[in-house]
Design a binder for this molecule. Structure first.
Ligand code: PLP
Length: 366
């Protein structure tokens, strides 16, 4: 592979940046994933030139030949992380180095060119820097960064592409849930799986999400909020949601989360919460947990709380789980639990620079 982070970023000036007044109106109540900043980053790769042509330029549509490989065979990966406004008006990133490393591992699994971690990070820093005014300072607001990479070779043969386009776009986002996270009801998918052994379950690739949409639609049709997937072999071990990992809190304060191992996405929020729980001296087991056990433990009171976690919503309490055959589990009193709330607050305060950062997770940008 040719280049590295020493690649110079060419800046193309924006001919008509959003006015301060328009921007203020857009980011006052941005929701999630609809308000985009003025700029984006692109970096090209070809087998012959390596990584080259790094640019920060006005955000604009892509022009792709209809035979571009990604449109047919979905050779595509993405990441998601947040930049936060600090108390003094600066900005910080949370564990972006972990995203950079995961992105390289995803690229390997999808037989794509692996972007050096330094170059990935530099692209993110540059975009946050130029679009710094788009980071909301409202409580719960952040600048959501979406790095992604597509196979850009124009060829209909099935093979790893010889050309890729790496991009970063940014979206001003508000608090995912206003006034604290309400608890969600999950639907246990019976017919559909998310990932099997040896598959791409550990990769943040578009294809996994496409495959989760029908079961998610089924969950909504059943009056639930989200789908939860079981393992593909025995159909009883809890894996994760379509885009969030899951934790169980027991009556002695100990916690259980399903082990990684190829079929579950190694969430950075999951890892951070595991670390914070261990810091508190809680026993945390990465151990298989079955749907029958979930039902029995919720009924006996041994299970007190359950929650899902990921970058977008951080922590979401799980109040109820339903499934075919009348399966209906209420966890605790069905509302957010104390330990869930406490861990969520601890993580959010580190992310926002309101609490000490003993693990060196926060990178101050400016
Ligand atoms: C992104 C994602 C997560 C959460 O990962 P974070 O790094 O915590 O944002 C969990 N499960 C799936 C399937 C995901 O795509």
């Amino acid at each position: 592979m040719g280049s590295d982070a020493s690649l110079n970023f060419v800046l193309e000036d924006h001919p008509s940046p959003t006015s301060a007044a328009d921007r203020a109106a857009l980011i006052a109540d941005p929701g999630f994933g609809r308000v985009f900043t003025d700029h984006m980053v692109t970096i090209r790769y070809s087998d012959s030139r390596g990584w080259h042509d790094a640019r920060i330029h006005p955000r604009r549509p892509l022009v792709l030949d209809p035979a571009t490989a990604v449109l047919h065979y979905a050779q595509e990966i993405f990441e998601g992380m947040k930049a936060y406004r600090t108390q003094d008006g600066g900005a910080s990133l949370f564990r972006a180095d972990a995203n950079a490393q995961r992105f390289r591992e995803l690229a390997y699994r999808m037989a794509m060119a692996e972007i050096p971690e330094d170059l990935f990070l530099e692209a993110c820093r540059q975009l946050v820097s130029i679009d710094r005014d788009w980071i909301p300072s409202s409580e719960g607001g952040a600048l959501y960064l979406r790095p992604f990479q597509i196979a850009s070779e124009v060829f209909l043969g099935v093979k790893p592409a010889s050309e890729y386009l790496f991009m970063v776009i940014a979206s001003s986002v508000g608090a995912y849930f206003r006034g604290g996270a309400p608890s969600v009801t999950l639907w246990v998918s019976e017919h559909y799986n998310r990932a099997g052994p040896g598959g791409t379950g550990a990769a943040k690739c578009g294809g996994n999400y496409a495959a989760s949409l029908l079961p998610q639609k089924e969950a909504i049709a059943e009056g639930c909020d989200q789908v939860i997937f079981l393992d593909t072999i025995e159909k009883r071990w809890i894996e994760e949601l379509g885009g969030m990992n899951v934790f169980f809190v027991m009556d002695d304060g100990s916690m259980i989360t399903p082990p990684l191992g190829g079929t579950i996405l190694p969430g950075i929020t999951r890892d951070s919460l595991l670390t914070l729980a261990r810091d508190r001296g809680l026993t945390v087991r990465e151990e298989r947990y079955s749907i029958e056990q979930w039902r029995d433990d919720a009924a006996s009171g041994r299970l007190r709380e359950a929650f899902a976690c990921g970058t977008a919503a951080v922590v979401t309490p799980i109040g109820r789980v339903r499934g075919r055959g009348g399966l209906d589990i209420t966890i605790g009193n069905g509302g957010p639990g104390i330990q869930t709330e406490s861990l969520r607050t601890a993580l959010v305060e580190i992310q926002r620079g309101l609490a000490p950062d003993p693990h060196g997770w926060v990178e101050r940008l400016f």
